[in-house]
Design a protein around this ligand. Structure first.
Ligand code: PRX
Length: 647
């Protein structure tokens, strides 16, 4: 038996309000279906038409797509530039003077940059990079706080055809050195520090240690942000402001082949070495632009805020390339959501009159735990649309987001995608698709998902199986940096002709998709294959539970038993609650999903990007990692910190 059983039923349906639909770009299911069908009929023609309309071409392309599985090229023969599409394309319209970025630092300092101002800064920094010998194909490693200069650096690279590799500011020196070595980075861009929970993160110090081991890096450019003391190494380290002072703002965008690499972004594999996911210029740019417009139903007067860090794909596609190529105004925030108080996000929404908020379920669960009083202090009436990304959202958290943040009037877009997909693949289009809590609903136009079993055959209706995509799309990764074999093996070897996403999913009777967790995380209890997300959602629907993680642990009779790790909203855990939670799962799902073991955790250990560290939890459940007394609140922070590679 290879199919995964679906055991949790969610029947609530939330259609968009007629007012929302009336103003939306795509305002009905029928309109969506027409667009979807047209795209599905001939995806290459569909994307080619859009590419000609939406991107600037220094030279038109002559082939829409060339597909030599597993390698794809889009818009072959054409020349464009992602930075040009994000900035120059707006300079002759009223967008020129619109804010591109509204930035707020953690200490409360605010800076805004119009499209014209951002363009000028990017041109200058592009010239700085050129003066340090950077040209087409050279890799620039970026390790910075969430400041406008991070976006400026990314765009400056795109402008001259250099490849950026952004490394999240929480990674260690070792992790930076590994990535710099793998990419053979030539220049490092960093800052003296960044603000996090009122303290300075000493970024330059970490970079100094990394550069000891990064022999390919010739130059390090340092932005002054926190004014803390740093050591500058002669002939290698230069201050951002000194180089910028001498730089000209005249720097025409290079006409680049469509498939010129735009960036590398490292993401963890299931084992060992991180994978350098490669994205290229034209296809990625088009996909980020269109998916942003469709999913966020973007309007010129929106103030859009994606709370992700540019160190992740969400920041690349939905802070930088997607919003800017549409001419949107994006909010960027440097610091923690609970500094100085747990109401910081809501203060920002009120202050900047944010209309669209895009955040992660892990943050939403934290807000629930911190208490509604922090939300209620603020006027959130500017919001019209909410989104989530990064992991499944448990229906209870979804409903809280809908009621407390969205005042029951904002549609929620639960967006499913991956670093590899470049952009959102499945999500409600908010004016057209009624939502169901916990479902990422339907594929975007031009995206062709299927659910198959291990032999590549379609599963029976409603059953869970592997999520695959049967046709390439423009935002698709082009490979793993320097490792074609691994690329072929991970994504293309298991199901012939299809991209294997590595997630399980099912499709319900309305054609809605429900993500069930990673393929490796399925729990097999007495031959019943259960999805982690469903067990977790059942636990989170209990009023005392803030967060839950379910993993399989070996069991002599059942094959596997469920071990659940639970954080509670307040108070001390006790035996009574443990039994109550088991009863609750029995009621919600049935006896087969009742966890054999429930452990109370001070916090569920997370990777730096907010995903549950399941491998660590499995090791704990199996007794391979010792944590001592399991009757009280367990703290896994120390263990989690040791697992640098799981990020
Ligand atoms: O398992 C899925 C989960 O996150 C994985 C991709 O992670 P990453 O490359 O870090 O990208 C995160 C930001 C796009 C997926 O394979 N995931 C992401 N979004 C969702 C999700 N799982 C369920 N629902 C989602 N909306």
């Amino acid at each position: 038996m290879t199919e995964i059983q679906h055991v949790l039923n969610e029947e609530r349906l939330f259609p968009p309000s007629p007012e929302f639909s009336a103003k939306a770009r795509i305002g009905s299911m029928r309109e969506y279906q027409q667009l979807y069908d047209r795209a599905a009929e001939n995806p290459v023609e569909f994307w080619s038409e859009l590419a000609r309309k939406e991107l600037h071409w220094f030279q038109d392309f002559d082939q829409g797509m060339v597909w030599n599985e597993p390698f794809v090229e889009w818009f072959v023969g054409g020349k464009t530039n992602a930075c040009y599409n994000c900035l120059d394309a707006h300079l002759n319209s009223e967008t020129r003077d619109r804010n591109a970025i509204i930035w707020e630092g953690e200490p409360g300092d605010v800076r805004t940059l119009t499209y014209a101002e951002l363009h000028e800064q990017v041109c200058k920094f592009a010239n700085v990079l050129k003066s340090r010998g950077v040209g087409v194909g050279d890799v620039v490693s970026i390790y910075m706080p969430m400041v406008p200069e991070l976006a400026i650096t990314m765009l400056a690279c795109a402008r001259i055809g250099a490849v950026h590799s952004v490394i999240f500011g929480g990674f260690s020196a070792e992790a930076i050195a590994d990535r710099n070595h793998d990419a053979q980075a030539k220049v490092q861009v960093t800052a003296d520090g960044g603000w996090r929970r009122g303290k300075v993160l000493p970024l330059k110090e970490t970079v100094d240690a990394a550069l000891e081991k990064s022999s390919s890096v010739e130059t390090c450019i340092v932005l002054r942000r926190t004014e803390n003391d740093v050591v500058m190494k002669e002939d290698r380290d230069f201050w951002w402001h000194e180089l910028m002072a001498e730089a000209s703002s005249d720097c025409p965008a290079e006409a680049l082949d469509s498939e010129t690499p735009l960036f590398i972004l490292y993401t963890s594999g299931s084992t060992g070495k991180p994978k350098g996911i490669k994205h290229t210029t034209a296809g990625y740019n088009l996909y980020a632009k269109m998916s942003f417009r469709w999913v966020f139903d973007w309007r010129p007067d929106d103030v859009y805020w994606c709370t992700a860090d540019c160190g992740w794909i969400t920041g690349h596609s939905y802070i930088v390339y997607g919003p800017l190529s549409n001419g949107a105004t994006a909010v960027m925030y440097e610091g923690a959501p609970n500094h100085p108080e747990p109401d910081r996000f809501w203060e920002l929404v009120e202050k900047h009159k944010v209309t669209t908020l895009y955040t992660a379920p892990t943050a939403i669960r934290a807000f629930i735990k911190w208490g509604d009083e922090h939300v209620e202090k603020h006027d959130l009436s500017s919001l019209r649309l909410l989104g989530t990304v990064g992991e499944g959202i448990n229906p209870e958290a979804w409903v809280w987001y809908h009621e407390k943040i969205g005042s029951e009037k904002c549609p929620i877009v639960d967006t499913w995608w991956q670093t590899e997909t470049g952009g959102i693949m499945m999500s409600p289009l908010p004016g057209a698709i009624p939502t169901k809590p916990g479902s990422c609903t339907v594929p975007l136009p031009g995206i062709l998902p299927a659910i198959v079993d291990e032999s590549g055959e379609s599963v029976s209706e409603g059953a869970g199986g592997w999520l695959v995509f049967t046709h390439p799309w423009p935002g698709m990764l082009r490979g793993i940096w320097g490792d074609d074999e691994r690329y072929q093996d991970v994504y293309w070897s298991k199901v012939k002709g299809s991209y294997l996403a590595g997630d399980n999913a099912r499709k319900d009777q309305d054609g809605y998709y429900w993500i069930m967790g990673r393929i490796d995380d399925v729990i097999n209890v007495s031959g019943h294959r259960l999805s982690t997300i469903e067990v977790e959602s059942a636990l989170v629907s209990h009023p005392s539970v803030a967060e839950a993680a379910a993993v399989g642990k070996s069991h002599e009779l059942k094959g596997q038993a469920i071990s659940a790790f639970v954080t509670i909203k307040e108070g001390e855990p006790n035996e009574e609650l443990r039994n109550e939670l088991k009863q609750h799962v029995r009621k919600e799902i049935g006896a087969l999903a009742v966890p054999d073991e429930i452990r109370f955790a001070a916090a569920v250990p997370k990777t730096r990007s907010g995903k549950i560290m399941r491998r660590l939890l499995k090791d704990i459940a199996e007794g391979r990692e010792q944590v001592g007394d399991t009757s009280t609140l367990e703290d896994y922070t120390v263990l989690a910190n040791l697992r640098d590679d799981e990020s």
